[in-house]
Design a protein around this ligand. Sequence first.
Ligand code: DC
Length: 244
Amino acid sequence: MAKEAGKSKGENLAQVDPSLSTLHPSLIPVIAIDGPSASGKGTVAQRVANQLGYHYLDSGALYRLVALAARQRGISWQDAPALAALTQTLNIQFDNGGILLDGTDVSEDVRTEQTGKGASEVAVHPEVRAALLDLQHSFRRLPGLVADGRDMASVVFPDAQTKIYLTASAETRAERRYKQLLEKGMQADFGEILRDLQQRDARDSQRSTAPLQQCRDASLLETDHMTIEDAVHFVINAYELQKK
Ligand code: DC
């Protein structure tokens, strides 16, 4: 989801120095964090954004919203032209951690496994990806942005100051997801979760447009044996180091 962190700080900066409001976007720092499903990149990215007082973009939420809206309107996840047209008309609001679609709170609906699968399917279409580009760029505002997804470093913000490829083995990710579902009191089947994740990994990394990949200039962060705090520390450290 595209929640925002540090909004007031950004507004204050622009008020102090009006020239900042016309700053070229490339001068606004971006930390791009890409990685596969359930790698924990969302949690890490959000915490990094909070710690730095930066804005936060969860680009996966946008693909999830397209899939959800398509389903509600009877549009197939395979119908690229209709999906692209739909994407242009979506009325999305990010409100205090919640997501509104046409004024209705869909925060829970966008997080379901079914919507996640749909997001991975609609994300295959170049037309849909192109239709979401401007919206993603609009999150690049002062004092900075932490963006997570699959193609943040390669396509959306290729000039990001810091690029991280955050991953973990499919087994570790399936185990994390399995525990999350149990904690929520939901039924879960480990084998099914693992198979779903592997299918989604394959679709996300084998598609021809903007596949999930580690960019040559991205730092690899393998989190199998790391705490969230360690991962947050790694990202902030990488960012501080490149500023020197
Ligand atoms: O990060 P997530 O699980 O919320 O993403 C859902 C799907 O959206 C993912 O399987 C692929 C797609 N996606 C994408 O193609 N590009 C992005 N930048 C983010 C997500």
